[in-house]
Ligand binder design. Structure first.
Ligand code: FAD
Length: 369
């Protein structure tokens, strides 16, 4: 068996594993990332790429702050990817309309506004005629919307490709078809991780395997409550409606991409590790979206896909050292915000490894629990 030695081995090549590799490599460390499958199937690819909390009112203060901090890292990251990997990740200021149609929406939106004011996030109130003029496919029953002009999106599949390419220029090995099956712990330290054909040895190990985190953690005598929450995206195109803003109503959203693709999502389904695309879920999304965007019925259906969001203990992600094993770091459970939180996760992991914690004001919320 081949032995691969590095300073840090990262298991899981979703957006979290790749972002950790990027920021750790910038510290001058020798990094190896392993992932199973080629190309790997994961939520990072399936996501909608919205760089914003979807429910501001439900987020604890520290998590919101972490989202804002993470977002601030994106312009530099996307520039670096463009300059060194030649990929434009399409970091676009789309803005987002949050629609108010019924009483429940009105109550929710007033809580959202409270949070936005507190965080000095700018927003505008839009009336029915302004919304319907800009977005003629929206229901005339819409009462108003809160428009957030500073919300960005990113094309997450290009982000993944860009991270892989920039990591190659930084001499980081990202190895596919590597399923980590065994972890060997001696004297409260991970000695090695094994796949079917290789052994990985390093000073630190990071487990960022999304909803599959427990496959490795159970071997270290702990388990987390990690729930896979399935989400679908329907891909559509329109020859008549041209718009550039994200539209959100309750748990559903429409995200227009620069190339004319329109993403419609999503479900929050507790279906275990089922990765089959079920007709019922597609029906559920369409049923709900066509209520607030009836004009979308004439858009062309292109494709559907799904992914499993990792939800940790029904709460924020865990980005922390293993409680018993000194050189093992857990970075997982990013649920609906993994794309948004990827850069700050990379930086938090750097601070755990270097011992220089300059992110005190947010790190508490990500502690192991
Ligand atoms: C429909 C949908 C829409 C979303 N929209 C957004 C959005 O708009 N904005 C946002 O911020 N977030 C969004 N998310 C959430 C986001 O996609 C996730 O939070 C994020 O991708 C989690 O990243 P991850 O790297 O932790 O996990 P994953 O992407 O699941 O990656 C984990 C990787 O680990 C690999 N792996 C697992 N076990 C092993 C092993 N034993 N050995 C080797 N490799 C292993 C897996 O194959 C996988 O490649 C969305 C998710 C979905 C499903």
């Amino acid at each position: 068996m081949n032995t691969v030695k590095s300073d840090v081995t990262i298991v899981g090549s979703g957006v979290i594993g790749l972002a950790c590799a990027y920021y750790l490599s910038k510290l001058g460390l020798k990094i190896t990332v392993i992932g199973r499958g080629n190309p790997p199937k994961h939520a990072s690819w399936a996501a909608a790429g919205i760089l914003s909390p979807l429910h501001f009112e439900r987020y604890p203060e520290q998590l919101l702050r972490a989202c804002y901090k993470s977002f601030d890292l994106y312009p530099e990251l996307s520039e670096q990817i463009k300059d060194h990997a030649g990929i434009d990740v399409q970091l676009v200021k789309s803005g987002m309309h949050m629609l108010v149609i019924d009483k429940q929406d009105s109550r929710q939106i007033s809580k959202v506004k409270h949070h936005l004011k507190k965080h000095q996030t700018s927003f505008q109130n839009c009336n029915t005629s302004r919304i319907c003029k800009a977005l003629p496919f929206i229901t005339k029953k819409v009462k108003s919307s809160v428009f957030l002009p500073d919300i960005f999106q990113i094309k997450n599949n290009l982000l993944l490709e860009g991270l892989r390419r920039i990591l190659a220029t930084m001499n980081v090995k990202v190895l596919s078809n590597q399923n980590a099956t065994h972890i060997t712990v001696q004297n409260n330290k991970v000695r090695e991780i094994k796949t079917t054909d290789k052994i990985y040895r390093s000073s630190f190990f990071i487990v960022s395997t999304g909803p599959w985190l427990n496959e490795i953690l159970t071997q270290t005598s702990i388990t987390l409550k990690m729930t896979p929450v399935k989400g679908y995206i329907i891909l559509a195109r329109s020859s008549s409606d041209s718009f550039s803003t994200i539209i959100k109503h309750k748990d559903f959203y429409i995200v227009p991409r620069l190339n004319g693709d329109i993403l419609i999502g999503s479900t929050l389904e507790n279906a275990g590790f089922d990765e089959i695309n079920r007709l019922g879920a597609i029906n559920y999304i369409l049923d709900n979206t066509l209520k607030f965007a009836p004009g979308a019925a004439k858009w062309k259906f292109e494709q559907v896909w799904s992914g499993l969001r990792p939800l940790a203990n029904d709460r924020p992600p865990i980005i922390d050292k293993h409680p018993k094993i000194k050189n093992l770091i857990i970075a997982g459970g990013h649920y609906r915000n993994g794309i948004m939180l990827a850069p700050i996760t990379g930086q938090l992991v750097c601070s755990l490894i270097s011992g220089q914690n300059n992110l005190d004001e947010i790190s508490g919320i990500f502690r192991f629990r």
